[in-house]
Write a protein that binds this ligand. Sequence first.
Ligand SMILES: [Fe+2]
Ligand SMILES: [Fe+2]
Length: 148
Amino acid sequence: MIYMSSGEKDVSLDELIEKLNYDLEWEYAAAIQYIQHHSTISGAQYNNIRDELAVHANEEIQHAIQLADQIEYLGGDPTIKVEEIKTSDNSKEMLEQDLEGERDAIRRYKKRIRWAESLEEYATAEAIRKILVTEQEHEMDLMDALDL
Ligand SMILES: [Fe+2]
Ligand SMILES: [Fe+2]
């Protein structure tokens, strides 16, 4: 097993694969959460974001596919486990749940990019960078809708 310094701690390929599988669980959950929130959110002020949530759902599915492909490439076994899905009767609260999920994803992906690079898995790092760009767009869409 190869260990290399990531600047924060030594990370192994096995650990990277394990955490990418954790990220994959959250991508599945995000897609389902966005589909449900898209369908149930109400209020004229949320007309624009309602459409956008359906776009997000599709993009989270694409992220899941990209992560699963990277996990497979690295020698892992892509998970079928789904993380916790959050919802509410309150439309604003649903958007806050979505925003929290995006911010958590952004934190995790920044870390994964550093880890992948420390293991010289540059293509994996590049794939995650592209995912990160979309997550930041999702974050901004939600902040706009929440007037933040
Ligand atoms: Fe995502
Ligand atoms: Fe996202």
